[in-house]
Structures are given as structure tokens and as C-alpha cells.
Design a protein around this ligand. Structure first.
Ligand SMILES: [Zn+2]
Length: 233
């Protein structure tokens, strides 16, 4: 399985906010500001599936630009979208606020939406996704992706919770939210991440969504993902 880290940061870094491309065609999250990099690098052209982990702006705000690209590039294929409940209602509000109702109408025709929920299992090509509701805002999700050889975990944005532990226990490698230097109700802290690494010594961890203040605290102790880095498992 090939995982490209498009962005590794949270909103308050020069780095792009956290998102990934899996096996060149599955995009996980479309944070504000990430579209430019994806567009210029032509990485969107093979994307046929988009997964939105939750509705914070640093996870889906550029989705409308992706839809606009489908329209202008005349990619008349249908895009599969997996997102939390209420997608069309939220997208209606977003496109109204941005005065791009034509975009909403185009998306209605070219995007096939499937709702995420805790325990949902779905297949994309040869990959099996298992969905876990994590502790962040209402309807926030993490995943384990299984290609039959490796199981790769994605925490999504989350504080410490049972679902996160389940993701780690089922995975060989985990991309994990380490946003906070200190204890937080919405993200993992540096100490929590270091403790997980000690507790699950057979799992390889990679920090994402990390702030600039977190990076020096993890340096030398915990693997950090970087923008544009590709992992092959
Ligand atoms: Zn968030």
C-alpha cells in the first residue's frame, strides 16, 4: 500500500494541514489550502474516491475546488465520497455561503455520497476500510485500511479514546494526531503519544497534524511525517 502524506500540520503551521493520498486514487481529507498543491502537482487526476474524516475546515474546506476541477477538466466520471452524516445539507450551506450554487448542482450529479458511521466496513479496489468513530467533534472518524498484507491505521483528529486503542491494536502502522504539547480534549498530547509508543512497541507510529511547538518535543523520540513524504508498506 502506498500512502502519500500531502500535508502533516495543523492549521497553525506553514506546512499543509493533514491529508493523504492512498494508492494514487483515494484522497483522505481536503484541507483549506491543500488544493493548490494537489492541483499543480496533477495529483487529482487519478482521484476517484474522497474520504472526509470530519467537518472542520482543515479537513474538507477545499472540497468545492476539487468539484470545480472535475467540472473544468471535464472529468465526467462519478466520484465516490465517504463522509459523516449530513453531507449534502452542509455542502448546500457551504456553497450558498461561497456563492457557488452551480458547484452544488454539479456535485449532486457527479458525486456519489456514502455516509460514514462507527463500524462501517467498505471496500475500495483491493483495500478494506473499517471505520471507527473517534473523540473530537460530533461524527469524527478514523480508519484501519487492510490490503491483505498490511493494516494501516489513521487516527483522524482525536483525543484518547477506546476507538483509538482499537485502531492501534488492529494496525501494523498508525498515522496519529499529535497536535498538542499539553493535554487536550480534542487531540492527543505529546506525552500520550509517547506512552502509546511504549505500550504498543510492535506498532510503528508516525505523527501527523502536529504543531510547530510539538515538533521539537517529538524530535528523536517519535517519527514525524513530512509534507510530500511517501510511505510504501
Ligand atoms: Zn478537527
Amino acid at each position: 500500500m502506498k500512502i502519500e502524506v500531502v500535508g502533516s500540520g495543523n492549521s497553525w503551521t506553514k506546512r499543509l494541514s493533514t491529508s493523504y493520498i492512498v494508492d494514487d486514487h483515494i484522497l483522505i481529507d481536503l484541507p483549506q489550502g491543500s488544493f493548490k498543491t494537489l492541483f499543480v502537482s496533477k495529483k487529482l487526476e487519478n482521484v476517484d474516491t474522497v474520504i472526509i474524516t470530519h467537518y472542520h475546515s482543515d479537513h474538507w474546506a477545499d472540497f468545492h475546488l476539487f468539484v470545480e476541477t472535475l467540472k473544468h477538466k471535464n472529468f465526467l466520471k462519478k466520484i465516490k465520497l465517504f463522509a459523516p452524516e449530513g453531507f449534502w445539507q452542509k455542502y448546500d450551506c457551504l456553497t450558498s455561503a461561497l456563492s457557488i450554487k452551480h458547484n452544488f448542482e454539479f456535485a449532486k450529479q457527479h458525486v456519489s455520497y456514502s455516509q460514514l458511521y462507527n463500524g462501517k466496513i467498505f471496500k475500495i479496489a483491493n483495500l478494506k476500510f473499517t471505520t471507527y468513530e473517534v473523540l473530537h467533534i460530533e461524527s469524527s472518524f478514523g480508519f484501519v485500511i487492510d490490503d491483505g498484507k498490511q493494516k494501516i491505521g489513521f487516527s483522524g483528529d482525536t483525543a484518547m479514546c477506546d476507538s483509538l486503542l482499537k485502531i492501534i491494536k488492529k494496525s501494523n502502522h498508525v498515522f496519529i494526531d499529535v497536535s498538542s504539547a499539553d493535554l487536550s480534549k480534542k487531540h492527543l498530547s505529546v506525552n500520550e503519544a509517547l506512552n502509546l509508543k511504549k505500550e504498543f512497541e510492535n506498532v510503528s507510529f508516525c505523527a501527523v497534524h502536529y504543531s510547530n511547538s510539538v515538533a521539537p518535543l517529538l524530535k528523536g523520540k517519535f517519527r514525524l511525517a513530512h509534507d510530500g513524504e511517501t510511505f510504501v508498506f
